[in-house]
Design a protein around this ligand. Structure first.
Ligand SMILES: Nc1ncnc2c1ncn2[C@@H]1O[C@H](COP(=O)(O)OP(=O)(O)OP(=O)(O)O)[C@@H](O)[C@H]1O
Length: 315
């Protein structure tokens, strides 16, 4: 039942990473953050990366974006345009002193697109994301979900061949997150651009991805790859299918050890047996497929740069 990646858009970039590694710091405090990592993302593919906190997911995305250099290896981006990628961050990354319209127009202004055309394109994306009436407002007047829509509109307004998304919905509540996942699904299936999407949520990865890549604890390497068996175009309804729950549980089993290692807790000898018992009795909330949809049952969060928060991997 596995699906081929969708037909590429007229212009969709490709990514190829070969032997990519990144270390930070010097001497005793040197950290091996990432790799070696081998990865290819096809034109028009929606590729999701999940992995434990600190395994180097964001670092890899930043390397692809050209914001960070790899210590070893290389990333090749094959694209038709000079600036093929746009990035969406967890903390929105929008400017509070600019109106919504000016924020969405930002990348177009950098590319010196004439103001009239830039405004039209920005308004078009605002309309597509349900923000047409908020063009002249400032971000402070918007909810978190609306601010993240502005951030997505800003990235899409430049018509990037590659969209890089770093936990874009992690700071949102679970219901809003579901809505934005479904909106993103619709948008990306309409034009099939290449997307590299980092998330802590297995549910999110399975709903959105043509392919889900699982990373190990730091230094992050790829340890598994799955193709969600859901035809395109798909909707959020796939969350209810038995295949969805089965793949979510399987991926979580793969990830659990890595998450425990990353959080400094070694798996106790009888942990696996206990987890099986818990699943059978329904006591293990971490393996509950509805875990992410109930805000009261979300995993622990820690502060992150810019006042936003990050999550542990969650099913
Ligand atoms: N600029 C930096 N200087 C020093 N260490 C860094 C830097 N950027 C990242 N690191 C370290 O590299 C490792 C990987 O960080 P990264 O943010 O890529 O992980 P991540 O998988 O995205 O984590 P999370 O899921 O928690 O956001 C971490 O140990 C982090 O502390």
């Amino acid at each position: 039942m596995g699906q081929e990646p969708p037909e590429p858009a007229a212009q969709a970039g490709r990514i190829r990473a070969a032997g990519v590694e990144r270390r930070f710091g010097r001497g005793a405090s040197r950290v091996h953050a990432l790799g070696p990592l081998e990865l290819e993302v096809a034109a028009g593919e929606f590729c999701c990366i999940v992995g434990p906190s600190g395994c180097g997911k964001s670092t890899f995305l930043r390397i692809v974006a050209g914001l960070v250099k790899p210590t070893a290896g290389r990333v090749e981006v094959t694209a038709a345009t000079a600036n093929p990628a746009a990035m969406v961050f967890q903390n929105y990354g929008i400017s509070p002193w600019k109106t919504v319209l000016a924020n969405v127009r930002f990348g177009l202004d950098l590319r010196r697109v004439p103001r009239k055309e830039a405004n039209a394109r920005a308004r078009d994306w605002l309309g597509r994301l349900g923000l047409a009436d908020f063009a002249d407002r400032y971000p402070a007047a918007l909810s978190g979900g609306m601010q993240q829509r502005v951030s997505i509109a800003r990235a899409l307004a430049v018509e990037p061949e590659i969209l890089l998304m770093d936990e874009p919905f992690a700071a949102l509540d679970a219901q809003l997150r579901t809505i934005l996942q479904d909106e993103l699904l619709e948008i990306c299936q309409a034009d099939k651009r290449t997307v590299l999407f980092v998330t802590h949520s297995l549910e999110e990865a399975l709903v959105l991805g043509d392919r889900v890549l699982v990373m190990s604890a730091r230094p992050g390497r790829l340890i598994a790859e799955r193709v969600p068996p859901f035809a395109r175009p798909r909707t959020g309804e796939v969350r209810r299918s038995p295949e969805f729950a089965a793949m979510q549980a399987e991926l979580w089993e793969l990830l659990r050890g890595e998450v425990e290692q990353a959080s400094g807790r070694e798996r106790e000898p009888d942990r696996k047996r206990q987890s099986k018992q818990d699943r059978e009795t329904g006591a293990d909330r971490q393996t509950d497929p509805d875990h992410e949809t109930d805000p009261d049952r979300r995993t622990d969060r820690e502060p992150k740069q810019g006042g936003t928060r990050k999550e542990e991997v969650a099913p």
